[in-house]
Design a protein around this ligand. Structure first.
Ligand code: HGY
Ligand code: MN
Ligand code: MN
Length: 425
């Protein structure tokens, strides 16, 4: 073979390439593993999660990684660098979903990261650092009410009291782990040391309308908004719908409804603050019974911690006033508290450079949605790449991205990985 020919082969071998069709097909494959026959719901430690893990671990191995399930059930793949045992650039996202979910929230980030490693592997390319890809087992917190379980375990901030949390069928997390073949006492083993991880980077759909409105395929995330969540319970008095006069009722649902409206009013009054009651259960739940008990959830978020914390105090005060006036009892339990998680400026910069290398405008934007980075920030600096999603719709089966955006975003992510420079320490 002439020298010239060798040059051509080398150029082909080192041209970064990603296969967007494979990314899309794999998201679709994962979406088939659902706990509900129609649509997608895959919660932590479910049989369908076990199936999804098998797929992901297989894809990781095909892409040249060693792959294992860690102590909390995360899929962890590792692609060694120029020599074994180097600290890693950690990539990832989550494999669990909300109820009736779209097929990209979380999964796209895992599948795209594996695709980037596959590209390196195919070209025989090793970097001066290792790459690890993590498919986090629980980010959404649907099953046990506590969120970010997979990433907290990796960051070493998992709280063992969460093991006693119950799902809706009365199964504790401790029990569910054992049934899944994991050992509740070993979760600490999933934690990683800071010197093992150079940074954490995540590709994720935007889940909002900003990129689409501006005609952009991708954006570099500057920060993840802070969030507070509560589980609330209003106790009134169940009674006969036909006999108790309106003025003598202690209707738990009417009180809860007034609380919901107070939350809506309170949040609408503060710029960029959002508050959502996403779940409400009315008991005993019959057409001819005055509601005696209502359970509901509250999720409050803001790009400013001081605004969120002030709203938490104001909304609590308003709800107590409502419940006192209506002679019902209000109980609140805070189920999540996470401050604003700022992406590291040096990672925002490197992600921005990767976007620019693809010839695209660099748009920086905050994330209104929560992500594993909120937990990973306790272990390493965090960076995120957002991908445009259709209509800004997410947490909905209509969630969609284009093949072209899958391609663009994976190429940008690969450029970021190949050009990654650890922060000088
Ligand atoms: O709720 C969230 O923001 C995330 O999608 N888990
Ligand atoms: Mn989500
Ligand atoms: Mn997500």
């Amino acid at each position: 073979m002439s020298d010239r020919r060798v040059g051509v082969v080398e150029a082909v071998r080192s041209e970064p390439s990603v296969c967007a069709e494979r990314i899309m097909t794999r998201c679709e494959e994962l979406a088939r593993h659902s706990g509900q026959p129609e649509g997608l719901t895959r919660v932590y430690l479910s049989p369908e999660q076990c199936k999804a893990n098998e797929l992901v671990l297989g894809w990781m191995r095909d892409a040249g990684m060693s792959a294992r399930l860690d102590a909390i059930g995360n899929c962890v793949g590792r692609y060694e660098g120029e020599r074994p045992g180097l600290p890693c650039l950690m990539l990832g996202s989550h494999l669990d979903t909300v109820r009736d979910a779209g097929m990209y929230d979380g999964m796209l980030g895992v599948v795209a990261a594996i695709e980037c490693v596959r590209s390196l592997h195919e070209r025989g390319k090793r970097l001066p650092f290792a790459i690890e890809v993590i498919g986090f087992a629980d980010e959404e917190g649907v099953r046990f009410g506590a969120t970010l379980l997979g990433s907290r375990a990796v960051a070493g901030t998992f709280k063992s009291e969460v093991l006693d949390a119950m799902d809706k069928d009365g199964i504790s997390m401790r029990n569910a782990l054992s049934r899944f073949g994991l050992q509740p006492g070993e979760i600490a083993k999933a934690a990683r040391r800071r010197d093992e991880v150079l940074a954490y980077a995540e590709l994720h759909i935007e889940q909002g309308p900003v990129l689409e409105a501006e005609g952009l395929a991708v954006g570099a995330v500057t920060a993840i908004n802070g969030a507070t969540r509560f589980a609330l319970e209003v106790d009134g008095l169940a009674g006969h719908a036909g006999t108790v006069p309106m003025g003598q009722r202690r209707d738990a649902l009417a009180a809860a409804a007034e609380c919901v409206l107070a939350i809506e009013r309170g949040c609408a009054a503060v710029p960029e603050l959002v508050g959502t009651v996403g779940k409400l259960e009315c008991l005993p739940g019959a057409v001819n019974v005055i509601p005696g008990k209502v359970r509901f959830t509250l999720d409050l978020r803001s790009p400013r911690d001081e605004d969120r914390l002030a709203a938490v105090a104001n909304v609590q005060r308003a709800m107590h006033e409502i419940c006192d006036r209506r002679n019902v009892t209000l109980r609140l339990a805070r189920t999540h508290e996470g401050g604003v998680a700022a992406c590291a400026p040096w990672l925002v910069e490197q992600i921005g450079q990767a976007i620019a290398l693809e010839g695209l405008a660099v748009r920086k934007l905050p994330s209104g949605a929560g992500h594993d980075g909120m937990a990973m920030i306790d272990l390493a600096n965090v960076g995120m790449l957002f991908v445009r999603c259709r209509g800004g719709i997410s947490h909905n089966p209509a969630e969609a991205i284009t093949l072209e955006d899958a391609h663009t975003s994976a190429r940008v992510f690969l450029r970021f990985i190949e050009n990654f420079r650890p922060r000088a320490t």
